[in-house]
Design a protein around this ligand. Structure first.
Ligand code: FES
Ligand code: FES
Length: 155
């Protein structure tokens, strides 16, 4: 399952999940940074757990639930919070960072954020804006934005 849909692609079983997503599924929200498992830019969720998709052969996720940033539909509260609180700047780390943040659960402590996001590198924010964004989501501080978006979607 890819972003909630049964998905089949004819690709080499050792092709990297990252490349299948970007090249065969046109899901370019997943970014490549180091390509070596060091930066976390390519993070996606596999059965709810963050993984570096640059290290995973596609055969390894057969039958698993894969979630990419596109699977959030632009509507996840963390996406709003990252925009509102400066957690997203150049944006290269942002898709992976948000997916890794989802895996932290609803109300992570600062220590849990630091530990859980240790594999996701950001060169822009100094991390405090990212932690603030996650905290704002947990405490509902970006609810005003969510209400506005719901209203806009209703038209
Ligand atoms: S591109 Fe996968 S960890 Fe850096
Ligand atoms: S926002 Fe630029 S690397 Fe994180």
């Amino acid at each position: 399952m890819l972003n909630g849909r049964a998905t089949k692609r004819r690709v080499h079983p050792l092709k990297r999940l990252l490349d299948v997503l970007r090249e065969d599924c046109a899901l370019t929200g997943t970014k490549e940074g180091c390509g070596e498992g060091e930066c976390g830019a390519c993070t996606v969720l596999v059965d709810g757990r963050p993984v570096n998709s640059c290290l995973v052969p596609i055969a390894q996720v057969a039958g698993a639930r894969v979630t990419t940033i596109e699977g959030l539909g632009g509507r996840h509260p963390l996406q709003h919070a990252f925009v509102e609180h400066g957690g997203a700047q150049c944006g290269i780390c942002t898709p992976g960072m948000i997916l890794a943040a989802i895996a932290l659960g609803k109300n992570p402590t600062l220590d849990q954020m630091k530990t859980g996001l240790a594999g996701n590198l950001c060169r822009c924010t100094g991390y405090s804006a990212i932690f603030r964004s996650i905290e704002a989501t947990a405490t509902g501080k970006n609810k005003g934005r969510d209400r506005k978006d719901r209203k806009e979607r209703r038209g």
